[in-house]
Design a protein around this ligand. Sequence first.
Ligand SMILES: [Zn+2]
Ligand SMILES: [Zn+2]
Ligand SMILES: [Zn+2]
Length: 109
Amino acid sequence: MPYQQMDDKSDVDSQKPEKMFTLKKWNAVAMWSWDVECDTCAICRVQVMDACLRCQAESKTDNYGKQECVVVWGECNHSFHYCCMSLWVKQNNRCPLCQQEWSIQRMGK
Ligand SMILES: [Zn+2]
Ligand SMILES: [Zn+2]
Ligand SMILES: [Zn+2]
């Protein structure tokens, strides 16, 4: 989810309440418009916030799987499981959804 990625900027000025409001609003809009494409890994068809199919199969414990399986966002803003994408790019270095050249924008949960 986009708004968990913002913690790398320490924002300590007086604008903070206003910025938080803006971010929240933007995030809500983004979630509406991106719904399926952005929240589901196009490679394994599992929600990106859950562990990917492979990790679920390897670990029966949900919490363990969730910690190990990170999400990766490309420059095109599509997100996938890092596990899935690292296998995918070995065969095709393009985003499975939009066919843009794959370039990692950020990783995390
Ligand atoms: Zn996946
Ligand atoms: Zn995984
Ligand atoms: Zn894409």
